[in-house]
Structures are given as C-alpha cells and as structure tokens.
Design a protein around this ligand. Structure first.
Ligand code: ATP
Ligand code: MG
Ligand code: MG
Ligand code: MG
Length: 569
C-alpha cells in the first residue's frame, strides 16, 4: 500500500473522551471512528488488524474441527420465547419490530438460532459430536458502552456451539476448545490467563474465562502464588471460606466539594429512602478523564444521624465496574432500581458511575445512568476500597489450599461454557441414539471477543509514541519511509523497488511516499505501530545502505541495500 493513496487518519491530540490508552491510540492512529455511543466504524488501517485477528481465530477453529457457519444478526422473538430468554434477558437485548409488527431482536448471542438449526438438521447420534462457529456482528445495548471497541454495543464475536450425545463427549470438546483458545491467544501474542468462572445457574465446574492481563481491565481475577489455581473474582468468592475481613485502616479524607450533600439528597438521588439499617453507602466511580487510574469513592457513614458525604480519590486503583443486573439490584436494595417508596438497605450499596456523573451529582445531581451493585458486607466499613468490600482479597489462602491469592485486573477476551441441556431441553433438540431412542443433546458454547482483542492487545503493547504491534496482527509489517522522494528520483525509485521486492516476498508493506517532512512520517509510523521500519535516503543510497529500526528498538542500524529481504526474514 502506498501511504499517498491510503487513509492515514492520524491525530496529534488525544481525544478528550477516550479514557484508556487503547481507545486513545485507536483513535489517534486512525483505526476507528465513533458513530454514536458504542458504535464504531473501522477505518482501513484498523480493519486490517481486525481481519488478521479474525484470520487467526478462524484458522485455529478450523484446525479444531469446528465448521464455520454464518447466522443472521436479526432473530425472531419466537425462538427466544421458546428458550424463555425473551422475558429474562433485560435491557441489553435490542428488540425490533418489522413492518408487520412482528417481534425480533438483534442477536446479542446465538444459542437459540443454532439450537433451532441443529434440531432440524441433525437426526442421529452418528452425526455427533459437532461444533459450529461463526465470526459475526453482535449487538448488546450495554448499560455503559465505553473504552471504544473494548465495550461497544455493536461488536464482532466469534461464537461456537457444540452438540453431543452425552456429557463425556461435551467434556472432550470443551478441552479441545480450551486448548484451541490457548493456541489462539498464544498466536496473538497476548499475556493472558485462563481462569475458572462462575457458571451461574447451570452449576458445576463448567466455565472458563480467558483474561488479558491489563491494569485497565474491568474484571478482577485471583491466582494462587503456588498452584495452577486461577479464577475470576466471583468464582473465587464463591469458593472462599466465609469470614470476617479486617476493617480497612486507611482513614477517610474529606475532599472539598462545592456543597456537602445530605443523606436526604442521596436518597432522593438514588430513588431510595434511607433506613436506620443503612450503615454505609459507598458511591464509587471511575478515574477522571485525565487518564489517571483511580477510584472516586463517596462514603456515607453512620446511621439515621448520618448527614454528610465524604469523598476520597483512591490512588492507583483501576476498579472493576461490574454492573449489576436488575435482579442483583433488587436483591441488594430490596426493590427495583429507580423505584421509590420505603425500602430496606440491609447491606451497603455500591454505586457505579463515571467521574463526570459523580461530579454532576456532587455539584448538581444528574439522575441518569446510575447503577447499583449489591455487596455482601455486613458491617460498617469506614473507607471502602472495592477490594476491601470483597470477600476475597490479596494474600488470602486459596481455595485449593496451596499458596496465597494474588489479585490482578483482566480483560475478558474469551469465555467457554458447558451449557448442558439448558437450551436443547427447552427447545427440544434431540437425536436418536444407537437404540433408536430420542436423546436431548448436551451443548457447549465458546465465545471470543474478536474486536475487543484489538484493543486488549494495544493495552499490552504500546509506549509513549504509540502502538507496538506484534507482527502477527500488525496492519502492515514493514514501513518503507522514503525521504525527499519528490526531489530525489533515486530515492523514489529505490523505495518503489524495495516495496515491490518485499511485497513479492509476502510482506504487508506500507510505502510512506507522502510528501511530508521526515519527522511527520516517522511519528505516524510509530503511532500506527508498524513493527519494522526501513528508511530510504540519498545519504543511505550513496553508501549503499538502508536504515532499519524495529519499533521496540532504541537504536537504528544501517543494513546493505541488497540485504533488506534477508534481514527481515
Ligand atoms: P463482559 O463480562 O465483558 O460483559 P460477557 O461475559 O458479557 O462480557 P460473553 O457473553 O461471555 O461476554 O461473550 C463472549 C465474549 O464477547 C466476551 O468474552 C468478550 O470478549 C466479548 N464481548 C462481550 N461483550 C462485549 C462488548 N460489549 N464489546 C466487545 N466485546 C464484547
Ligand atoms: Mg456482558
Ligand atoms: Mg463476563
Ligand atoms: Mg463472559
């Protein structure tokens, strides 16, 4: 590709509303542009990386024996009514009507559609096991779309669904998928951990998440220092022995606010009435847009005499902003979110909100978009860090009795799950077994956040000049930068020749033939994150050399012009 004919849409300034580094760099490097909240256009450069991630995922899924399909994004309500999820799914499900008034949804996931397909197509145990996958656009009306493509509303997922005669066969495919996921994330060059995840209502040790380690991660994961034990925080909590946590010792510092709010203001704001049982109300939010990882915590203390808010910005903690489901809120506060009237607050309630919302609230109260998360904590906490409020903290013994727990932040990039018969039973997906008896199939499902991976990779691979792509998913592997090519025919010609040579050898090459100052070109190539850079200049040509610099290198080096190809291989 010639940069003069290519959309290099780099930005000098960091866009103000991009909080985390990957979001900032994806905008600055010209990979994506925002259309509306949680909706992004992939520009040519970003799309190249997205396609490379897809290709790796596709190759490894094909290798595992899974078969690729492509299902519609829009799904009829009838299937969701059959599984029971039409009423259960909540606000993330985007519901639509066609011109005849029929109900549809834009698929956030495809269990219903695949189960419907397979119950019609597979008749015999001889056709099992079978695993089908797609790489496709999903829509989830996320409560808080944020961090660019990391938590978008429309995003690309690889989702796979397997079908089995019995649980043993499901176990086997589950293990194959676990290995396949490791192969995928290895090839993508990610520093990741598979962790046990809570399998919720379905039960059993039947779910793993794959987390990319990054301080900006929205999830917390717990590892043992001395064994293979690793679980997401919810799962670790489910296994941890119940016990009292030592009260956090850090004193509460008062932060100047334009005006101190009263408990009455808070309860008005939250739409819940205070009760004498309220001991602690913690309001927390993200770090400010200055990019500093942190937490704003507003802590209400005391009982019915409570009347002030104190606030503290906790240093260096990027908090999980796990959003509560309506059900969790109901469980935590005893009533639906936003509903007024007398309610009991048996436990502290954590309110997630962005720093902007928090500021709005402190200064002027904006009721939109607040979220409550119930926390199982039964005594007064003078200052709550989220870790303090959790049942599991760093340094605990692990659940398997070996070592102590280390807690890190993670970005969920993959999730595998044994579904059992949840959908096949509800939707009557059966095959005939070897005795001609009808058997409900066992199912597994396996998701990867393809578009999220692009952002997660940047979280792990960047410096103050921009992105540093691993070769495997770089939009271009090599940048050839020609200096003053519009004045020097020799440079222009040598650049073209090199470009052809490298392309023919199979490299993805960007020839930066733009009529721009060298500094501008270098800065753009670094921001975009191209792993290898070759510079063609009059000075180099006179000496028969090119200048090479790897994106992670501190020094440049001269290499003989004719050795460029062998040097890169
Ligand atoms: P999260 O906990 O981040 O909301 P999830 O558990 O709801 O994710 P799954 O239903 O397990 O997501 O979907 C499979 C994968 O799809 C996730 O592991 C994640 O990588 C990706 N994914 C989910 N939601 C989004 C989103 N809003 N934007 C981008 N990728 C997403
Ligand atoms: Mg989700
Ligand atoms: Mg999740
Ligand atoms: Mg998940």
């Amino acid at each position: 590709m010639r940069a003069s004919r290519y959309l290099i849409a780099t930005l000098k300034e960091t866009p103000a509303d991009a909080e985390i580094i990957s979001h900032q760099l994806m905008l600055r490097a010209g990979m994506i542009r925002k259309l509306a909240a949680g909706l992004y256009t992939w520009l040519p450069l970003g799309l190249r990386t997205l396609r490379k991630v897809e290709r790796i995922v596709r190759e490894e899924m094909d290798k595992s024996g899974a078969q690729e399909v492509l299902m519609p994004a829009v799904q009829p309500a009838e299937l969701w009514q059959e599984s029971g999820r039409w009423t259960q799914y909540g606000g993330e499900l985007l519901r639509l009507n066609d011109r005849h008034g029929r109900d549809f949804c834009f698929g956030p996931t495809h269990e219903e559609v695949i189960t419907d397909l397979i119950r019609n197509e597979l008749k015999s145990y001889k056709e099992l096991p079978a695993n089908f996958y797609q790489i496709q656009t999903k829509f989830r009306d996320e409560r808080r779309p944020r961090f660019g493509v990391m938590r978008a509303r429309e995003f690309i997922m690889k989702d796979a669904y397997s079908f089995h005669l019995d649980a043993e066969s499901l176990d086997e495919t589950y293990q194959v998928m676990h290995r396949t996921y490791c192969n995928i994330f290895d090839r993508l060059g990610l520093d990741y951990r598979p962790v046990q995840a809570d399998s919720g209502a379905i039960g059993g040790n039947a779910s793993h998440e794959f987390h990319v380690l990054a301080a900006s991660g929205e999830d917390a994961i717990a590892f043992s220092t001395e064994s293979d034990y690793a679980a997401n925080i919810e799962k670790a909590e489910a296994l941890a022995p119940a016990g009292e946590r030592p009260a956090p010792t850090e004193p509460l510092r008062e932060v100047a606010t334009p005006e101190q709010k009263t408990i009455g203001d808070i309860s008005d704001f939250l739409g819940v009435a205070p009760r004498r049982t309220v001991k602690t109300l913690v309001v927390r939010g993200e770090a400010g847009t200055d990019g500093e990882a942190g937490l704003v915590a507003l802590v209400l203390r005391g009982d019915h005499t409570l009347n002030t808010i104190k606030a503290e910005k906790l240093p260096g903690v990027a908090e999980p902003l796990t959003l509560a489901t309506d059900e969790e809120i109901r469980n935590a506060i005893g009533c639906a979110p936003g509903s007024l009237g007398p309610v009991n607050l048996p436990v502290p309630v954590i309110v997630d909100r962005s720093a902007a919302h928090l500021a709005d609230f402190i200064c002027g109260a904006n009721r939109d978009g607040y979220h409550l998360t119930g926390v199982n904590w039964e005594r007064d906490v003078p200052l709550a860090r989220v870790e303090d409020l959790r049942n599991v903290v760093e340094g605990d013994p692990s659940p398997d009795g070996k070592g102590t727990l280390e807690i890190r932040r993670g970005i969920e990039v993959g999730h595998i799950f044994k579904l059992g018969k949840k959908y096949s039973e509800a939707m009557n997906a059966t095959v005939l077994d070897e005795h001609g008896k009808s058997v409900v199939m066992e199912m597994g499902c396996y998701g990867i956040g393809v578009s999220r991976i692009v952002a997660a990779s940047i979280e792990q691979n960047h410096d103050d000049r921009g992105i540093i792509w691993p070769d495997a998913i770089a939009p271009f592997e090599v940048a050839i930068v020609t200096l003053n090519a519009h004045k020097s025919a020799a440079v222009a010609e040598a650049g073209e020749k090199l470009y052809e040579q490298l392309r023919q050898a199979g490299f993805d090459v960007l020839l930066d033939d733009r009529n721009e100052r060298p500094g501008v070109k270098f800065a753009d190539m670094e921001l975009i994150g191209i792993p290898h850079r070759l510079v063609v200049s009059d000075r180099g040509l006179a000496a028969g050399t090119l200048e090479y610099k790897g994106r992670r290198d501190t020094d440049k080096q001269d290499i003989p012009l004719e050795d460029a190809l062998s040097f890169l291989i």
